[in-house]
Design a protein around this ligand. Structure first.
Ligand code: HEM
Length: 484
């Protein structure tokens, strides 16, 4: 009997063991068979990857839950991954996540068509229209939260305020139409369900939900599919032209109503999940850094004096270098996406330092710009510190010159990804966050409830999907600013 067990163990070892071939990156399997480093990776990816970087350097392969993932951490070499979609495919891994998180199966070509269409709807004059609608929705929602004749302070967690307001405004702008429009679903109702779903996304993506949680996730998904059923169906003001065109595309491709609703939920998550947290971090850093707050208020003050239209910042030519630097610095500290690609054919990766490595078909390759360039002390001195003017030159112009190893960097931060699969909604997201912060700082008195409060820690277990979540909230109070 013992022999059979030993033979089985040996067989299992031989079948699952992997040897490092000549010219492949250093291989770190971890000590637990199959699982490898999955637990440490999932718990705090940033800490784990930093530890591996110290051990192996800028490129290495780790085993995690049966998969082999090569991490590349030299920003001078990132283009090798970003610019080779033939060997390093974006779609397959995205497809896997789509199935796990949204229970959605779409053929590989469909998301590509949808992306091309999205690009048309989030650029140029379409973007200006979206920005104006977003402005109106933000203004109405803020006034609902806090009528302009209100004299008393209202206390609220800043994370709750930013995420709630921006989700509802984003939902109304893209999915649900004008508020009080009977065609749409009440944004507060959908937000309540969405929050429950969002809390489960990373576990769904990792496939680590228990039975009970899995059932809860399915229940919330069903609720959201129901609530989203009318979104984009009619070509009227009840949702954006983008969503209507997206629905039409799905219909033309022959997808049934159920698949369409799942796809709409995926779009809701893709368009809403990161803006609220980004705005929270930005306003949180401002409130805990008075000098930065003054500088941004000064810049916005000049704009509000110039503008008479009532919808400032909609014009894309409006320059706000101070705000832009604060946003860039905020995202440097808090945006931590994995840029993951599937190796679909063997590839020789040419490192900027001259070394070549072989990437094996079937593995994944992952960039983690949070560790480098974003938190790299050689590129950004005192990387843990919020320095609001880090991205400004002394003369106030935008600073773009950052160096590593004496060589100028193309990627000195990378919150939006890059290349063909970079963020389609980048301009819309920036404009939305800018409008929200402008509106809060210009029309309201906003301050910390506890003057010495610190910004919450970043929850590093939330690495991988865009913005980091905070550990806790920051209590603020606000009321309409009295006319001076
Ligand atoms: C602060 C807000 C946001 C952040 C930090 C962010 C970040 C990112 C990142 C890092 C990627 C690249 C993923 C990769 O290369 O693997 C990405 C892709 C994408 N983003 Fe965003 N995003 C934000 C907001 C938005 C918004 C508002 C929209 C839509 C209106 C959007 C639509 C997309 C789409 C469609 C892709 C996939 C591109 C593709 O298929 O090639 N994002 N985003």
């Amino acid at each position: 009997m013992i022999w059979i067990v030993l033979v089985l163990v040996l067989l299992c070892f031989l079948l699952t063991h992997r040897w490092r071939f000549n010219r492949e990156p250093p291989l770190d399997r971890g000590i637990i068979p199959w699982l490898g480093h999955a637990l440490e990776f999932g718990k705090d990816a940033s800490k784990f990857i930093t530890r591996m970087k110290l051990k192996h350097g800028n490129i290495f392969t780790v085993r995690a839950a049966g998969r082999y993932v090569t991490l590349l951490l030299d920003p001078h070499t990132y283009d090798e991954v970003i610019n080779d979609p033939e060997s390093l495919d974006f779609g397959r891994y995205a497809q896997l996540l789509m199935e796990r998180v949204f229970n959605l199966r779409l053929p590989l070509h469909q998301p590509e068509k949808a992306k091309a269409m999205m690009k048309r709807h989030f650029r140029g004059s379409s973007l200006s229209t979206l920005n104006s609608t977003m402005w109106r929705n933000l203004e109405t929602l803020l006034k609902n939260e806090m009528p302009l004749n209100q004299k008393n302070w209202k206390e609220e967690g800043l994370f709750q305020l930013s995420c709630g307001l921006l989700f509802k405004a984003g939902y109304l702008t893209l999915f649900g139409g004008e508020q009080n429009n009977n065609n749409g679903t009440d944004p507060s109702r959908i937000y309540k369900e969405y929050k429950k779903f969002e809390g489960l996304v990373s576990s769904l993506a990792r496939g680590t939900l228990g039975k009970e949680e899995q059932r809860a996730a399915e229940g919330v998904q069903r609720q959201l599919w129901e609530l989203l059923a009318p979104a984009g169906l009619k070509q009227d003001s009840s949702s954006s032209p983008w969503l209507h065109a997206y629905r039409r595309l799905l219909q033309e491709d022959g997808f049934d109503e159920e698949t369409q609703r799942k796809a709409v939920l995926m779009q809701l998550w893709a368009t809403q999940s990161n803006i609220g947290p980004a705005a929270f971090w930005l306003v949180g850093y401002l409130l805990t850094n008075p000098e930065a707050l003054m500088a941004v208020k000064r810049e916005f003050g000049q704009i509000s004096q110039m503008e008479g239209s009532g919808t400032p910042l909609v014009d894309k030519n409006m320059k706000t270098p101070m705000f832009d630097s604060v946003l860039e610095e905020t995202l440097r500290l808090t945006a931590a996406p994995f840029i993951t690609r599937e190796v679909v054919r063997d590839k020789t990766l040419h490192m900027a330092d001259g070394r070549d490595y072989l990437l094996r078909k079937g593995d994944r390759v992952c960039l983690f710009p949070f560790v480098s360039p974003q938190m790299d002390p050689e590129i950004h001195p005192e990387p843990q510190k919020f320095k609001f003017d880090r991205f400004l030159n002394k003369d106030g112009s935008v600073k773009k010159d950052f160096y590593k190893g004496g060589k100028k960097l193309k990627y000195y931060t990378m919150p939006w990804g890059a290349g063909t699969n970079g963020c389609v909604g980048r301009q819309f997201a920036i404009s939305t966050i800018r409008q929200f912060v402008y509106m809060l700082l210009t029309n309201y008195d906003l301050e910390l409830c506890e003057p010495n409060a610190q910004i919450p820690e970043r929850d590093t277990s939330s690495c991988g999907y865009g913005m980091l979540q905070p550990e806790g909230d920051l209590l603020v109070r606000y009321k309409p600013r009295e006319a001076h």
